[in-house]
Design a protein around this ligand. Structure first.
Ligand code: FAD
Length: 242
C-alpha cells in the first residue's frame, strides 16, 4: 500500500515465493507496548541512510534476509511523528542477530543490533515521518489475519474438548453431566460465536486499517484483544474439565 512501484517489483515476488525471508524490526527493550518510544536512529548521509540501535523479540530474525524497520528520523518532532519506515538488509556487517533462547529450548526470537548499518535511499517506505501510519497498516493486516486463524483453531480445539468430556467420567458419570463443566463449556461456546463474528467484522478489508477510529477501537487492538480473550476463556474451560 505504501511502497513504490520499484519496491513492489523488487521485493513482492520473492516474499511470495519465500526466496527472501523477512522479519519485523519494531519492538525495542524500552519500546514494547509503547512502540512510539522507540530509539533506534536513522540518519541521512546524502546518498544513503545509516542505522544505529537495537531491536528485540524479532521473530525469525536468525533466518531473515530483510527486515521491515521502524526507526526515529526526527528527534525534534512529536514521538509518533518522528518515526520512519525502511527496508533493511539483514545480510550486512552492521547487523548482528543474537538468538533469545526460550525455556522450551527454541530460538524463535532474537535481538538485533545495528551499528552503522546501511539502508539505500530507495528503501525508505513512504515519506520520512510516515512510519507510524505505515506500522498501523501492517499491524492491522497482521493482527487481523492471525486472529482469524486463532478463531478457527479454537473452534477445532473446542470440538475436541467436547468429544473428550462426553467420553471421560468423573465419579461414575460422564464429565459432560457435571454442572460446572456444562456451564463453562456453554459460556465458552457462546463467547466463541460472538468473538468470531466480531473478528470477521473487524477484518473486512474496508475496516482493516481504521485510521479514523480511536486507538482502542482500531482493528489492530480489537482483534488482538479478542484473540487473547478467547485463549483465556478456552484455558479456563479446559481447566474446569480436568
Ligand atoms: C509471539 C510474539 C511474536 C513477536 N514478534 C515480534 C516481531 O517479530 N517483531 C517485533 O518487533 N516484535 C515482536 N513481538 C513483540 C510484541 O509485538 C510487543 O512489542 C511486545 O510483546 C510488548 O512489549 P514488552 O514485551 O516489552 O511488554 P511491555 O510493553 O513491557 O508490557 C508488559 C505488560 O504490561 C502491560 N502494559 C504496558 N503498558 C501498559 C499501560 N500503560 N497500562 C496498562 N498495562 C500496560 C502490557 O499489556 C503487558 O501485559 C512479538 C511478541 C510475541 C508475543
Amino acid at each position: 500500500m505504501h511502497g513504490t512501484e520499484e519496491q513492489k517489483r523488487r521485493y513482492l515476488r520473492k516474499i511470495l515465493t519465500a526466496e527472501e525471508l523477512w522479519c519485523q524490526l519494531y519492538s525495542e527493550p524500552g519500546a514494547g507496548s509503547d512502540l512510539a518510544s522507540l530509539r533506534t536512529r536513522v540518519e541521512d548521509r546524502g546518498d544513503h541512510f545509516v542505522v544505529n540501535g537495537q531491536k528485540i523479540w524479532t521473530s525469525g530474525g536468525l533466518v531473515a534476509d530483510w527486515g521491515l524497520l521502524l526507526a526515529r528520523t526526527d528527534t525534534g518532532a512529536a514521538k509518533h511523528k518522528g518515526i520512519s519506515c525502511f527496508l533493511l538488509s539483514m545480510r550486512q556487517p552492521g547487523v548482528e542477530v543474537r538468538p533469545l533462547r526460550q525455556i522450551t529450548g527454541s530460538e524463535h526470537f532474537s535481538e538485533v543490533f545495528m551499528t552503522d548499518a546501511r539502508v539505500e535511499k530507495t528503501d525508505l517506505v513512504g515519506r520520512l515521518g510516515q512510519g507510524w501510519e505505515i506500522a498501523q497498516t501492517t499491524l492491522s493486516y497482521e493482527r487481523g489475519g492471525s486472529s482469524l486463524a486463532r478463531v478457527t483453531r479454537y473452534a477445532a480445539a473446542f470440538r475436541q474438548l467436547l468429544r473428550a468430556v462426553r467420553k471421560l467420567r468423573r465419579d461414575g458419570r460422564p464429565l459432560l453431566e457435571d454442572p460446572a463443566v456444562r456451564a463453562k463449556l456453554g459460556g465458552e461456546r457462546l463467547g466463541q460465536r460472538g468473538e468470531a463474528g466480531d473478528v470477521r467484522e473487524k477484518c473486512r478489508p474496508a475496516n482493516a486499517v481504521g485510521h479514523d477510529l480511536p486507538p482502542r477501537e482500531r482493528p489492530t487492538a480489537v482483534t488482538r484483544n479478542v484473540g487473547l480473550k478467547m485463549l483465556q476463556q478456552f484455558a479456563d474451560a479446559h481447566c474446569t474439565c480436568h
